[in-house]
Design a protein around this ligand. Structure first.
Ligand SMILES: NC(=O)c1ccc[n+]([C@@H]2O[C@H](COP(=O)([O-])OP(=O)(O)OC[C@H]3O[C@@H](n4cnc5c(N)ncnc54)[C@H](OP(=O)(O)O)[C@@H]3O)[C@@H](O)[C@H]2O)c1
Length: 214
């Protein structure tokens, strides 16, 4: 029975993953977030779930939160995502934790081909640079990471995805948050899955010059 620490636990993908965990697994969850009161009701209503207060750049608080966990799932964001990555890696080292799932984005290796790649670079700009720097911190570490690079996210209630590896062209333009959440839960149940891999995740047959809603 894995104990999972979820960083940025009120994020949209994280919330979906939390519901999949409690509905379909026996995993313990420690939810780590700013303003932890936001998830108090959820934690109080599930015996295997606790919510703790913390910022993902605060190494000492991260170290405390990592005690007793088997896997760390980081669902973070923001212009300081590289600092967050450094803090998470430092805390994992301090607590001898090895397994990390890190949500990143498409485009960090300039792997998105064609017109969609150009559009993506133009619209995302510094965001991609920051996320690439964060991913490099993780890949340069000795952790057993999985970096997940989702396509443009939708809230469609579907699990429908395919995977590309680092070094391959990215496929498609979109993927549902629900699909990404399922990938995270599947890794937590089978920690060798996608170990030390950086995977692109997209919905099949969604190639185009832009996501369909643009
Ligand atoms: N939108 C897209 O099409 C797309 C595509 C590919 C990848 N992505 C990326 O995928 C990731 C997950 O997506 P999502 O929809 O779940 O994002 P989200 O709802 O924005 O969740 C990100 C979470 O990170 C938390 N966070 C940020 N800085 C933090 C800090 N210093 N300490 C603690 N928590 C912090 C936020 O917490 P608060 O609630 O406290 O603000 C938020 O809950 C994001 O990084 C997103 O940029 C997005």
């Amino acid at each position: 029975m894995a104990k999972v620490l979820i960083l940025g636990a009120n994020g949209k993908i994280a919330r979906l993953a939390e519901h999949i965990f409690v509905d379909t697994t026996d995993s313990d969850l420690r939810l780590y977030l700013r303003n932890a009161g936001r998830l108090k009701d959820f934690a109080d209503s599930h015996t295997l779930v606790e919510a703790v207060e913390g910022d993902a750049t605060d190494v000492q608080t991260l170290i405390e939160a990592m005690k007793g966990v088997d896997i760390v799932y980081a669902n973070l964001a923001g212009g300081n995502i590289e600092s967050e990555a450094r803090a998470v890696v430092e805390a994992m080292h301090a607590e001898n934790k090895t397994r990390l799932v890190w949500i990143s984005t498409l485009g960090i290796y300039n792997e998105v081909p064609g017109k969609f790649g150009d559009w993506n670079n133009n619209i995302l700009g510094d965001y991609i640079t920051n996320y690439a720097a964060a991913a490099k911190v993780i890949e340069d570490s000795d952790l057993d990471y999985t970096i997940i690079r989702p396509a443009w996210l939708t809230d469609k209630p579907e699990v429908d995805y395919e995977v590309t590896q680092k070094g391959e062209d990215f496929k498609g333009t979109e993927v549902s948050r629900r699909s990404i959440a399922q990938v995270v839960v599947d890794i937590a149940q089978d920690p060798d899955k996608f170990k030390r891999e950086s995977i692109g995740v997209n919905k099949p047959n969604t190639d185009g010059d832009k996501p369909a809603w643009y």
